[in-house]
Design a protein. Sequence first.
Length: 205
Amino acid sequence: MKTELGIWEIAVLALLREAPMHPYQMQSLLRLRHKDEILALKRGSLYHAIGRLSKADLIAAKSTSRDGRRPERTTYSITAEGRKEFTSVLRQIIAVPRRESSEFMAAMSFLVHLTPADALPRLKERLRHLESEIEMRSAGVSGALEHVLRINLVESEYLIAMLRAEHAWVRGLIAEISTSKLSWDFKTVLKGARASMQAAASPKE
């Protein structure tokens, strides 16, 4: 059965395509290259990905060593099938957009449950958080460019671009609510929704 590769599996295969290494080396490189910001670096996630790849024969244990009293470390290498699958999946993900879940997008679908007066300060607060994150990540990219090539940071550039796009959209939404160009009343919306449901359920002549 073909293994579906998530971003963690892709990250492990990418590292092993460079050279055989053990999990601790992988973690260190991910942090050095600022990939931990994208992957939400957790040791359990890394080992889970390694386990899945090993079971699928996309990577293989090459050797086991011990440094002093430290636990044994297994060095892994990518297999020929792993190289083939890695490039195939990477090409597919880059070429074909996928609908990815967003907690904020889901929350927006329920915005009607807040009054405009209640939603407005929450959106303004989000705007401030977005501004802080954009500033922080932009500074991080600028600093990292002193140590790594830009190609190693394009995913961070993409994330900043997405944050800026969200910032512009939220700012526009705030303007529309502030000027009452966009307004709503939950009871009125609910009444309309119930009327539509009743009309849809009524037998047609």
